[in-house]
Design a protein around this ligand. Structure first.
Ligand code: PEP
Ligand code: MG
Length: 754
């Protein structure tokens, strides 16, 4: 059974469209289970009915025509219960409905399994038998697994419009892919796929006009691969047994075979670029072997794919990627990295859509800094098929429209116009103070460092830098940066803002920020070797950084140092001793240095509970709400599967913040918030109510938060905070604040349009 299941899953994955996938499933399932009928019903939520979309056993003419009203019949029952219904004689069940138009006789045996995606029942997979028959457990789980497989395909088909041919009534505004709203704004643009090199599956479909040069490049890549395999074979001839050497012969034979080369060339001549033409050919050949019964032969599929990867590598190496970025580039990818993002010319980047990650991933933070709308964690994103397509990104609601219907484009063009009006309102905030209506000033600082050149508004509009992440300096190199390189980089930061303060955070690698040249593998990286834990184990790395920071401060005197990921009081003591040591050594070396203020990030729950002990030891505190939320709620900030549970407006997070402010007050230490919460217009009011001393955020949020602060009084913010603290979940808190912002005429800051 497992074998058959595996095969069907592969076939379904390879099906060109949903219609074919459904047909395949009903045929194969009917055969495998030896049932008399297998059908798929999909729910049309607009018309509130379950439509028969594929069948093997019932009348084909009924497909697409016969439907059951929602909540009727046994199909309705499966949807309501969201679990299988397995009956040996369905005709006796009170919900049994006899439908004439499908040409059905009285089928007794019935098994219906729901097709579920993201908690939503999309349809039902049904098998039926003329005789009474109770399906066994194996058969139920078999159907279950296939239904899960179908769910992803259905979600995509629904979003891409493929389903419209089958369900023509669905409103185009309801056809979108969903992800995490990760950076606000709405925008229409053209997709450019970011992908990993040497990964055949990641190559996007793309057309070419330079057919001749693509053919030549491909043939050269084949020749180079042949050469490479030959020398590999020669080199290994003394070490490998004869049967293993035969593998090279087989690969060389395949390379020489007309099929592989000529079929790829044919595809290029039809207009595909060499890389996707190769991917296409390799996949077709590999699939032939995938479907073989013999285990040995099936293994050959991976040899073919390996061969494909080798050719691809030469193709990609040979030609450095020349990507054409259209004026409004929507960067889409499976797992977009900060470096891929940095490759897009800033003025052309319109939005970001990523299948992996969530709103608190660093790429999303970067998007907010750049003012580009972003949707992360779009799990059904068909990355390879999106190149060059028109896409609308709604960063407020986490929606992505692929090749949108004109009515959708019109609606979004209207919203974009309203957005532009809001931007003009925001411009009016420039140069004004962030002061409440009752005269409380809340200094706004800038978060920098994830990318070097995104200080567009921030430079003039902020009171300084509240968080400079230093990781980038380390990530873009092939080794640890030396002291001099670091001095130069920090000096640039400090002097751009002097005399305003700049808080440089010490290295916070680990978690989702590995260094390519300092690899280590952990099963739970966010709970592992991260931030100051690495600094304490490798004082040489830490001391080099601190020396560079202190030296960069000479003559400027606006440096403050901040320590990330503090989870124990002793870490603060030990790190401060190291900082003192670096300072003293520099003095001994005759540098004219001063000891800068030192603060810590509060982003681990243990630090919240020892806030007074920590506050006593340092000059300032800054709350990293991204990590604090992750650790308080036990939700990985990068995992799209649990992204909906990650909510930094959770009342538990608010209570922790209150506790931090109160604890710091005992020793009169200032508290700032530098996590993403500070740049969220809904939350800024609550932070104001708590008495947080300052806020630090991405450049894209500065003017928005200034507008919010200038619209509220501290007294009003306090009473909203009291109401929020009495609530039990984040949704209520959001609703409270959305309503309040609406009343203040600020609703346009948190949703599309005005
Ligand atoms: C945080 O955790 O809130 C924070 C500001 O730091 P980072 O996002 O770099 O982990
Ligand atoms: Mg953090």
């Amino acid at each position: 059974m497992l074998e058959i299941l595996h095969r069907i899953v592969q076939e379904v994955n390879a099906a060109p469209d949903l219609g074919e996938a459904l047909k395949l499933i009903v045929q194969r399932v009917k055969q495998a289970i030896k049932a008399d009928v297998c059908s798929v019903y999909l729910t049309d939520f607009d018309r509130r009915e379950h439509v028969l979309l594929a069948t093997e056993g019932l009348r084909q003419e009924a497909v697409g025509k016969v439907s059951l009203p929602m909540h009727r019949g046994l199909v309705g029952l499966v949807c309501e219960r969201a679990e299988p219904v397995n009956l040996d004689d369905a005709t006796e069940h009170p919900r049994y409905l006899f439908i004439h138009a499908t040409g059905e006789t009285q089928y007794r045996g019935f098994l219906g399994v729901p097709i579920i995606q993201n908690r939503k029942v999309l349809g039902v997979l049904v098998v039926r038998q003329v005789q009474s028959r109770k399906f066994d457990d194996n058969e139920v789980t078999f159907l279950f697994t296939l239904a899960a497989q179908l769910a992803g395909a259905i979600t995509y088909a629904r979003a891409s419009g493929e389903l419209t041919q089958l369900q023509p009534t669905r409103s185009p505004l309801n056809r979108y892919l969903s992800g995490q709203p990760s950076a606000p704004g709405v925008v229409t643009g053209k997709a450019v796929v970011a992908y990993q090199l040497a990964d055949l599956d990641a190559v996007p479909y793309r057309t070419t006009e330079n057919i001749q040069s693509e053919v030549t490049a491909f043939k050269e890549a084949v020749a180079m691969t042949r050469q490479e395999l030959k020398s590999l074979k020669e080199r290994l001839s003394t070490e490998l047994p004869v049967e293993e050497q035969a593998l090279f012969d087989a690969l060389l034979l395949m390379l020489g075979s007309d099929a592989l080369v000529s079929q790829t060339v044919e595809r290029i001549e039809q207009g595909q670029w060499a890389q996707s033409a190769l991917r296409h050919t390799i996949e077709i050949h590999a699939r032939v072997f995938d479907n073989m019964d013999d285990v040995y032969l099936r293994e050959r599929a991976s040899d073919i794919r390996d061969l494909g990867r080798r050719i691809l590598m030469h193709l990609q190496l040979d030609k450095p990627r020349e990507i054409h970025y259209p004026e409004k580039t929507i960067l889409v990818g499976d797992d977009i990295s900060a470096v891929q993002l940095a490759e897009v010319p800033t003025e052309r980047l319109a939005a970001i859509v990523s299948a992996k990650g969530s709103s608190s991933s660093h790429v999303a933070i970067l998007a907010r800094a750049m003012g580009a709308p972003a949707v992360m964690g779009v799990t059904d994103l068909p990355v390879g098929r999106l190149e060059g397509l028109e896409i609308i990104v709604d960063g407020y609601r986490g929606r992505v429209y692929v090749s949108p219907d004109p009515s959708v484009s019109d609606e979004y063009a209207r919203l974009a116009k309203e957005e532009a009006e809001i931007s003009r309102d925001l411009e009016a905030m420039k140069g004004l103070k962030a002061e409440t209506t009752d005269g409380v000033t809340v200094p706004l600082y800038l978060n920098t460092g994830l990318i070097s050149d995104v200080m567009t508004v921030g430079l003039e509009e902020s009171e300084g830098v509240g968080l400079h992440r230093t990781e980038l300096l380390y990530i873009v190199r092939d080794r640890f940066p030396g002291e001099e390189v670091q001095v130069e980089s920090y000096q640039q930061m400090l002097s751009s803002f002097a005399p305003r303060p700049v808080i440089l955070r010490t290295l916070d690698i680990g978690g989702d920020k590995p260094l390519p040249y300092f690899p280590f593998v952990e099963s739970n990286p966010f709970l592992g070797w991260r931030g100051v834990r690495i600094s304490l184990d490798h004082p040489e790395i830490f001391l080099t950084q601190i020396r560079a920071m202190i030296r960069a401060n000479i003559g400027l005197n606006n440096l403050q140092i901040m320590l990330p990921m503090i989870s124990k009081v002793s870490e603060v003591d030990e790190l401060q001793m190291l900082i003192q040591r670096a300072h003293d050594e520099l003095l001994e070396e005759n540098y004219d240095v001063v000891m800068p203020p030192v603060g810590v990030m509060i982003e681990v729950p243990s630090a919240v509970y020892q806030i007074d002990e920590i506050a006593r030891r340092v000059d300032f505190l800054s709350v990293g709400t991204n990590d604090l939320t992750q650790y308080l709620l036990a939700v990985d900030r990068n995992n799209p599967r649990v992204a909906a549970i990650f909510d930094d407006m959770h009342p538990a997070v608010l209570r922790a913040l209150v506790q931090i402010v109160e604890g710091a007050a005992i020793y009169r230490r200032p508290v700032s918030v530098c996590g993403e919460l500070a740049g969220n217009p809904l939350a800024a009011v609550l932070l104001l109510g708590m008495g947080v001393d300052s806020l630090s955020m991405s450049a894209g949020s500065l003017l928005k938060i200034k507008w919010v602060i200038r619209s509220y009084s501290r007294a009003r913010a306090k009473s909203l905070l009291q109401a929020a603290l009495r609530m039990t979940d984040a949704r209520q808190v959001r609703e409270l604040m959305e309503k309040s912002l609406d009343e203040m005429g600020l609703g346009g800051l948190v949703r599309p349009g005005k």
